[in-house]
Design a protein around this ligand. Structure first.
Ligand SMILES: *Cc1c(COP(=O)(O)O)cnc(C)c1O
Length: 451
């Protein structure tokens, strides 16, 4: 490992230049401030723009009548797939007491674990990409007009047509669930290429819906690579590493969040900043949401990514600037984590490039810490998340309790105590579909660690 060049440097040279890389290779929990963050960074370029985000939002509105009928649990919200925003004061008190860190402001949870249809953040981007593809095909075929009520997509003639077309995706599990469930509902021939870490219950669930599941003994990157190779000309391959469609589907979350904050009377402005903590795998989900948040709230919002200590791929890509030209394996990190969706060894270079000036920082979290947080959150707030979805909880203590966090607060807000009126928002990315027996195992592991 020592002599191999990563970019133009050896691993030892990288670690010497950036001590955070040495800590990350030692599997320490780190907190990193992005030196390239720009207050007024532009939002156009890279093939995405604010207008594209509005377009995605409009598309989801067009599909609402279809979604409301196809998935009855969404009918009460008129076919809009959205999750609650919840204040979690007991968890905040607990975190402050245990860490002895003075965190300013209030703590909220964005409960994407409760998103209808697939119970994770993938119900945003993944489902959106399937819908966008179906719309494009139906429009091209002259079967659909944008002014139609899209519930006609449930008619047999659409199912018959989509049945002649294929969809495929490579996944660690949750993206596969979203693509598979929506793809099958529309009638597409759908194949999910699952990495070795994918849970059995996810494969079983997909097969029960008529989705073909191909299993690999290798990690996520390999499953994607094989899936991409096998996709023929008749097949739409959902490319998690590069898809702008997925990214835009995720970004719409910020428009919805703005509405929820307004409804709850929570201001976001320079005196009331919004800090958002997002678990990151390949980057599309948190990247899309962060992009949307910067578009909606500008410099008043700060986004931080959270990754497992065993799979900090985005951190490596951003710190070295090498994006997808570096993998966790290059730094001797094993990419083995309990955090579903986050076991990714190589980040999306598209997302890393967009985030380069938009992201405020990153933290890494151990598996033990995630289990422990699952347990505490269930006990204190009766909220049930999968381990990966708790990764963002380290953000506030890292920010207010670390030397570099305090220095950053001083630089941004003029005082290391931070702004008095901050809103901290942990993005709870999944857990809603986890079978109760599996959830109990997560809970028990966390409880054992607490005792
Ligand atoms: C996929 C996923 C993420 C991260 O999304 P990426 O687009 O892979 O970065 C976070 N949490 C959960 C539960 C996920 O399934």
């Amino acid at each position: 490992m020592g002599r191999k060049l990563i970019g133009n440097k050896t691993v030892d040279q990288w670690k010497k230049e950036f001590p955070v890389l040495r800590m990350a290779s030692d599997l320490e929990q780190v907190f990193w401030i992005n030196p390239r963050y720009k207050k007024d960074a532009g939002l156009s370029g890279w093939g995405v723009s604010p207008a594209d985000m509005d377009d995605a939002s409009d598309r989801l509105t067009r599909f609402a009548p279809f979604i409301a009928k196809a998935f009855s649990e969404t009918a009460k919200d008129g076919g809009i797939i959205e999750s609650p925003l919840r204040k979690i004061p007991k968890m905040l008190d607990f975190i402050k007491k245990e860490s002895k860190v003075k965190i300013g402001g209030k703590l909220f949870l964005k409960c994407d674990s409760q998103l209808p249809i697939s119970g994770s953040i993938k119900a945003r981007g993944g489902i959106y990409e399937v819908l966008a593809h179906a719309e494009k095909l139906a429009l091209e075929k002259g079967m659909l007009k944008e002014t139609d009520s899209y519930d006609i997509l449930l008619e047999d003639r659409f199912r018959d047509y989509f049945g002649t077309r294929e969809l495929a995706v490579g996944s660690t599990g949750n993206l596969g669930l979203s693509i598979g469930i929506m793809g099958a509902r529309l009638g597409f021939k759908t194949t999910v290429h699952m990495s070795a870490d994918a849970r059995q219950w996810k494969k079983d669930l997909l097969r029960s819906k008529g989705v073909a599941v191909v299993e690999y003994q290798a990690d996520y990157s390999k499953a994607v690579e094989e899936g991409r190779k096998l996709a023929g000309p008749n097949c739409h391959f959902v490319d998690d590493e590069n898809s702008k469609t997925l990214f835009l589907g995720y970004s719409v979350a910020a428009l919805r969040l703005k509405k929820q904050l307004d409804e709850q009377g929570i201001p976001v402005d320079p005196d009331h900043p919004l800090f958002v903590y997002l678990p990151c795998g390949v980057g599309g989900g948190p990247g899309g949401v962060a992009y949307g948040i910067k578009r909606v709230f500008g410099a008043a919002a700060h986004c931080f990514f959270a990754e497992p200590t065993h799979a900090p791929c985005m951190l490596l890509g951003l710190v070295t600037g090498l994006q997808d030209k570096v993998s966790v394996g290059d730094f001797g990190i094993d990419n083995k984590t309990c955090a579903d969706g986050l076991a990714v060894g190589r980040p999306s270079s598209f997302v890393g490039t967009v985030m380069d000036t938009l992201l405020s920082g990153e933290c890494t979290v151990s598996d033990e810490q995630m289990y422990y947080l699952v347990y505490r959150l269930a006990e204190l707030e009766d909220l049930w998340l999968e381990p990966s979805a708790t990764a963002g909880f380290m953000g506030p203590t890292d920010l207010y309790g670390s030397k570099n966090g305090q220095a950053w607060l001083r630089e941004q807000f003029g005082k290391s105590a931070g702004p008095g009126q901050a809103t901290h928002l942990v993005w709870a990315t999944g857990g809603g579909m986890v079978p109760p027996a599996e959830m109990q195992k997560y809970y028990r592991k966390g409880k054992d660690l607490a005792e």
